[in-house]
Design a protein around this ligand. Sequence first.
Ligand SMILES: NC(=O)C1=CN([C@@H]2O[C@H](COP(=O)(O)OP(=O)(O)OC[C@H]3O[C@@H](n4cnc5c(N)ncnc54)[C@H](O)[C@@H]3O)[C@@H](O)[C@H]2O)C=CC1
Length: 376
Amino acid sequence: MTREAELIRRTLEEVEGSADSATAYFYALLFVQYPQVRELFPAAMDVQRDRLFRSLLTAARMFDDGPALQAHFAALGRGHRKYGTLPTHYPAVGECLMRALERYAPRSWGPETESAWVKAYTALSQVMIDAAAEDERHAPAWWRAQVVTHEQRTPDIAVLTVRPDAPYPFRAGQYTSIETPWWPRVWRHYSFASAPRPDGLLVFHVKAVPAGWVSTALVHKARPGDVLRLGPPAGSMTLDDGGDSGLLCLGGGTGIAPIKALVEDVAKRGASRPVEVFYGARTDLDLYDLDPLLRLDRSYPWLSVRPVVAAGRGSVPSVPGELLDAVRRYGPWAAYDGYLSGPPGLIRSGVAALVGAGIPAHRIRHDALEELVNRP
Ligand SMILES: NC(=O)C1=CN([C@@H]2O[C@H](COP(=O)(O)OP(=O)(O)OC[C@H]3O[C@@H](n4cnc5c(N)ncnc54)[C@H](O)[C@@H]3O)[C@@H](O)[C@H]2O)C=CC1
């Protein structure tokens, strides 16, 4: 580890215990000194505060992996276009960030630490600025998308189809961010639930959760004709071009959405690689997308879909028990690539289970846990 990386890590370790106060102080300072920046942020700042610190920790974790760090900040820079972020905002944010760190990490702060932070901040903000400028040459900052259909599948899950106002290029397995008209500037992530379609429509599966403003609005308020905003596509839970190994796909709850998109992608490519889908739900009433998946299962000989229900089994034939136990009972899986999608707990224990089943970690794909917390 370089000396600079060490100094930065030390500051973050020190500040971690008072991360909430440090981020609150940072934003207060930013909005007092640069009031013009306030309008880029949502009215309620609770989740936003959390995101800043998480983002710093992610950066610190990647510090010794230059290419990963560059890729992460380039994606962040592109993603910031939809907020209206300008290059002139970066020095203001940097200045307030340094003052907050100085105040909440007094033991590790000093001229040497400050210059390590200034150097890292300047380099990474330049990566964001350059990536945004490059993206601006060929893609809009955000898309408008009109709700075309809204299908209530359970009391708290809806399937929405939307039509973007301009071509929206993405890959099966990716996700985007959505802003609703009811919560301006509050963006949340949702995976595409279908592969790119000839009609250009996009499909999302949304579950309303307590305190999940955007999800609750999408499930209970949104109706055909409403207009949402979409950010750019992101995520690397996609198929390898030219790969031909089997796919072991685990989808928990609405986590089945990108898995379905991947199945459609395999079908479109015409490649007959085996795809084994395990679809976990609490009860069979929660298997809101089972019928379409079973139809795909009947259409494609290379596909096998197994619903797994932990409790309250009823009319639907399913594998009883916990999702990961069910996966362990089948196999062998060592020759497969693993795809995991669902609640953060499933991703964490799922990686361990798939590694235990002989799939090397580099052949297991899932969205970053930091991104998953931005879903409700
Ligand atoms: N790309 C992705 O990773 C996506 C993630 N999601 C996330 O998926 C979640 C879906 O929520 P719900 O439908 O309420 O799911 P849920 O909480 O009802 O869980 C669904 C199933 O996942 C499995 N599961 C859950 N936690 C587990 C754990 N700790 N260990 C092992 N298995 C576990 C169980 O089979 C459970 O029945 C949300 O958090 C959403 O943000 C949704 C779409 C895409």
